[in-house]
Write a protein that binds this ligand. Structure first.
Ligand code: PGA
Length: 246
């Protein structure tokens, strides 16, 4: 599977940062065996899409409805018009801050797919769940709910899963390699159970404090097919070594 390295800029980035995007795009052109993507704030999409040749540009959320009275939200059609080809859905920060449910997240992914866009669907456990020993069961149940749409399953095409333990996001604490391996192997098996043989073709990204110094050992794992990178994805200087590690 082609590795997929995605920067999640969260609520960071102004027009002045387009030079970082241009530099990251140059690395994407150089490392053409890697799919490189940037999930940007909506205000940067138009200009970023203009500035890149190779890197994919995407959003960080997409409303499940086509349009309507949803103040402050962005639709799939708006994302497409702004130059996005994918969006993150269900990031743990949105599950927490905007109280998004797995059912809504499945709807969002379905809406993106119906527009021909990619969905990067995030799942992950908090620290008490990890410490209780129930992380794998919790994350698999969350995956199951987040893939359930209208009592059926969302499509497997244009779908990427990102496993991000909440306690690893922005903390510098990365799970042990054995824990990442166990979770990703379990998620692969779960995807095949839920979606059939096509579950083998879905990329599973790891996210949470990925940086140049740990990228190689994480990306070398069998069922780790890429990374979702927050802090280290904001600057070309820290993001490019992760692309190169892939
Ligand atoms: P981090 O964030 O790399 O800063 O830990 C990852 C994410 O939230 O996607």
């Amino acid at each position: 599977m082609r590795p997929y390295i995605v920067a999640n800029w969260k609520m960071h980035g102004l027009l002045a940062d387009l030079q970082e995007i241009a530099a990251i795009d140059q690395a994407a052109q150089r490392c053409d065996h890697v799919d490189v993507a940037l999930a940007l704030p909506a205000t940067l999409l138009f200009s970023a899409a203009d500035a890149v040749h190779m890197a994919r540009i995407g959003g960080q959320d997409c409303h499940q409805k086509e349009q309507g009275a949803h103040t402050g939200c962005i639709s799939a059609a708006m994302l497409v018009e702004a130059g996005a080809s994918f969006s993150i859905v269900g990031h743990s920060e949105r599950r927490a801050d905007q109280a998004e449910t797995s059912t809504q997240i499945a709807e969002k992914a379905q809406t993106l797919q119906s527009r021909g866009m990619g969905a990067i669907l995030c799942i992950g456990e908090d620290l008490p769940t990890r410490e209780s020993g129930g992380a794998e069961d919790f994350v698999c149940a969350q995956l199951d709910r987040s893939l359930t749409f209208d009592n059926g399953r969302i499509r497997s095409d244009n779908l990427t899963i990102a496993y991000e333990p909440i306690w690893a996001i922005g903390t510098g604490h990365v799970p042990e390699i054995a824990q990442i391996t166990a979770m990703h192997d379990r998620l692969r098996a779960e995807l095949v159970t839920l979606l059939g043989e096509r579950g083998h073709t879905i990329r599973i990204l790891y996210g949470g404090s990925v940086k140049a110094s740990n990228a190689q050992s994480i990306l070398a794992l069998d069922n780790v097919n890429g990374a979702l990178v927050g802090g280290a994805g904001l600057k070309a200087e820290t993001f490019i070594p992760i692309i190169e590690a892939a």
